[in-house]
Design a protein around this ligand. Structure first.
Ligand code: HEC
Ligand code: HEC
Ligand code: HEC
Ligand code: HEC
Ligand code: HEC
Ligand code: HEC
Ligand code: HEC
Ligand code: HEC
Ligand code: HEC
Ligand code: HEC
Ligand code: HEC
Length: 351
């Protein structure tokens, strides 16, 4: 039997029960209200589904005066007055029905927590009021340790009195743990995190003795990003612990020509983005300037001696600093002219 059928059947019994005394007493009918009785005149306005309930549903035996207005008086689960009452699996609560329900439908809930009796979990167990979703962190603490009564998805916890190590709670069970893909570390959380937020992580390097790359391998801590200069050198050859950008690399090799005027990209000389240097113009002239600048060499302006006129070769001036004296003749014994060092690595061109 469906609920509405049951309702109809019970209604007809009630109508019979209400009509019977009227027939016997006669006077009851005379004292009774008009069929268009304005119920708003009473303390109990008929709203929602109550508008469709026949008078006898609430005024059995034709009794009108003194009908209690408490929802639970009629919806007491006994079925004597109202059919509907708290189902067995109802949220365990001693609160008044009207704290959570209206006469519209039982399914629609509104709830003012000011009136709430009992622990949060006594209601928020998933059978009545919202409970923990199944992927919730595992905890036996009552909901209000971490939640307020307004929204579930803003979680907070007061760490002020916490003395245990972070990881006793932050193990993914009692409280947020390390997410998948977290850098691998067995160190306590507060070595890298504060209680305010997980991101950004920080780290105090002052007592660090190990090589940077022990941690900075992309696993334990930030490693080299994609496209990084290919090198096996320790990070601190080019970086400090303050920041990765800018790098602090300074060439040490005597083969390095010195810093050019322009801040050349590493790839200008290390085309493979690795330590290997490519002397683009003439590897046989490496490591001198001409190894990269042979094609910039113009023989004309580089006279070696007169009688007869002979010019220097690029090999002779390969490092741009070689003697560029101009001699009287092929014996090279008499200097005719002296030029200052013409080209520096810091110059803007070779003119
Ligand atoms: C859902 C329940 C419900 C239904 C349906 C209902 N009533 Fe009532 N009625 C009450 C309650 C509760 C009171 C008491 C209100 C109060 O004390 O002011 C009441 C009060 C009254 C009173 C005032 C009695 C007095 O002297 O204080 C009259 C008359 C009355 N109802 C008539 C009707 C009639 C006629 C109908 C049908 C058209 C009807 N009621 C339908 C619940 C209901
Ligand atoms: C005087 C008796 C009475 C009082 C008081 C009363 N109700 Fe009802 N109510 C009924 C009757 C009778 C029905 C008809 C359906 C039934 O029997 O369950 C009904 C129906 C309902 C329904 C619809 C049930 C359904 O199955 O569709 C809701 C919801 C409801 N009442 C909520 C309330 C709430 C909330 C209160 C308190 C604010 C309240 N009622 C107070 C007698 C009462
Ligand atoms: C603290 C809030 C609260 C109080 C107080 C409360 N209820 Fe409920 N009730 C709920 C919640 C939550 C549900 C589940 C609603 C759902 O399933 O959508 C529920 C469900 C119901 C249902 C079943 C609805 C359905 O069909 O699934 C009925 C009937 C009901 N309550 C009746 C009552 C009655 C009668 C009272 C008072 C004696 C009462 N409730 C008091 C919160 C409350
Ligand atoms: C008497 C039962 C009861 C108690 C005790 C209770 N609640 Fe609720 N709470 C409800 C009902 C009923 C609702 C509305 C239905 C729902 O969202 O499940 C609700 C809703 C909520 C919501 C959702 C609010 C929204 O509008 O989305 C939060 C959050 C909440 N309660 C937190 C708590 C916390 C925290 C506690 C303990 C301090 C607590 N509740 C105690 C019954 C209760
Ligand atoms: C130890 C702290 C803690 C306790 C105790 C706790 N929760 Fe949570 N809860 C969380 C955290 C953390 C989240 C995830 C928050 C997020 O996703 O924003 C969460 C998420 C939720 C969510 C999903 C929120 C959303 O919209 O994503 C619900 C619902 C919830 N908790 C209900 C409960 C209930 C009910 C209780 C008590 C029975 C409870 N929680 C106890 C920490 C806690
Ligand atoms: C007694 C248990 C406990 C201990 C110990 C603990 N926490 Fe928490 N912490 C929580 C709970 C519960 C939350 C709220 C739920 C969550 O976010 O997991 C939380 C939240 C956090 C948050 C998120 C804050 C936010 O608002 O997003 C951070 C960060 C955090 N804790 C860091 C720490 C650190 C660092 C330590 C160690 C110094 C620590 N916690 C110790 C229980 C604890
Ligand atoms: C050695 C340092 C280190 C330790 C120890 C450490 N973390 Fe982390 N954690 C990181 C780094 C680095 C990140 C990612 C960087 C970021 O998001 O700022 C991170 C990210 C996280 C995140 C994600 C933050 C986000 O919003 O993306 C969580 C949650 C977290 N850690 C929890 C923990 C917990 C819980 C512990 C202790 C059990 C812990 N961590 C221990 C360094 C550490
Ligand atoms: C014991 C492990 C460890 C060692 C060794 C270590 N670091 Fe770190 N370092 C970390 C962790 C953890 C962080 C914070 C998480 C992150 O940014 O990866 C960090 C952060 C950094 C940062 C980012 C700072 C910021 O605020 O953005 C730089 C730069 C850095 N380290 C450089 C170095 C250099 C250079 C060395 C070697 C001298 C070094 N680290 C050695 C663990 C280490
Ligand atoms: C030979 C020098 C050199 C070495 C060694 C080196 N780096 Fe770098 N790194 C660079 C240069 C050059 C850049 C790009 C310049 C820039 O953006 O300031 C860079 C950029 C980075 C960046 C990106 C900075 C940013 O925010 O753009 C990170 C992170 C980084 N290096 C980490 C590392 C780590 C970790 C190591 C050790 C495992 C390491 N580096 C070793 C030269 C080096
Ligand atoms: C003007 C050309 C030029 C530029 C630009 C340049 N390098 Fe070099 N680099 C060299 C030469 C030449 C050598 C020495 C090769 C040898 O020793 O044979 C060298 C050597 C190195 C070495 C080996 C260690 C050392 O100090 O000798 C590293 C590491 C290196 N360069 C990194 C870089 C990085 C990182 C950049 C960009 C920030 C860069 N270089 C830019 C020319 C250049
Ligand atoms: C490993 C290769 C290499 C070596 C060795 C080298 N250079 Fe350069 N030099 C370059 C590159 C690359 C440029 C950028 C010009 C270009 O884009 O073609 C450049 C540009 C210049 C310029 C033009 C100014 C400018 O910034 O564009 C001068 C002047 C110069 N180099 C002088 C020298 C001198 C002097 C030496 C020897 C002390 C020298 N270079 C050694 C690679 C090299």
């Amino acid at each position: 039997m469906s609920r509405s059928q049951k309702f109809l059947d019970r209604s007809s019994i009630r109508i019979a029960a209400a009509v019977l005394p009227m027939l016997i007493g006669g006077s009851v009918l005379a004292q009774g209200p008009e069929p268009e009785f304005d119920h708003t005149a009473t303390r109990f306005v008929l709203t929602g589904s109550h508008e469709d309930v026949p008078c006898e549903g609430c005024h059995g035996l034709g009794v009108f005066a003194g009908t209690p207005t408490d929802c639970s008086f009629c919806h007491d689960g006994s079925g004597i007055r109202a059919e509907s009452g708290k189902p067995l699996d109802h949220v365990p609560t001693n609160n008044r029905c009207e704290d959570c329900h209206t006469s519209n439908t039982w399914e629609q809930i509104r709830f003012d927590h000011i009136a709430a009796i009992g622990s949060c979990a006594s209601c928020h167990n998933g059978s009545g009021a919202t409970g923990k979703p199944f992927d919730h962190i595992i905890t036996n603490a009552d909901c209000d340790v971490c939640h307020n009564t307004i929204v579930w998805d803003s979680v907070r916890f007061d760490h002020a009195t916490v003395t245990e190590p972070c990881s006793t709670c932050h193990n993914g069970m009692e409280a947020t743990g390390k997410p998948n893909g977290h850098i691998q570390t067995t160190a306590e959380c507060d070595q890298c995190h504060t209680t305010r937020a997980w991101s950004p992580a920080f780290f105090d390097h002052s007592n660090v003795t190990e090589p940077c790359s022990n941690c900075h391998n992309g696993n334990e801590a930030t490693g080299k990003p994609n496209g990084h200069f290919i090198t096996n050198q320790e990070c601190d050859m080019c970086h400090t612990t303050n920041a990765w950008d800018p790098d602090t690399f300074r060439h040490a090799s005597p083969n390095y020509p010195g810093d050019h005027r322009r801040n050349l990209d590493c790839r200008a000389c290390h085309p493979g983005n690795s330590e290997m240097v490519v002397y683009t113009d003439d590897p046989s002239l490496a490591p001198d300037c001409a190894g990269c600048h042979r094609n910039d060499y113009r023989t004309g302006p580089h006279k070696k001696h007169e009688n007869p006129d002979v010019n220097y070769t690029v090999q002779e001036l390969r490092d741009c600093t070689g003697s560029c004296h101009v001699y009287e003749d092929a014996t090279l014994s008499q200097i005719k002219d002296t030029r200052n060092r013409e080209h520096r690595v810091s110059d803007s061109d070779f003119d």
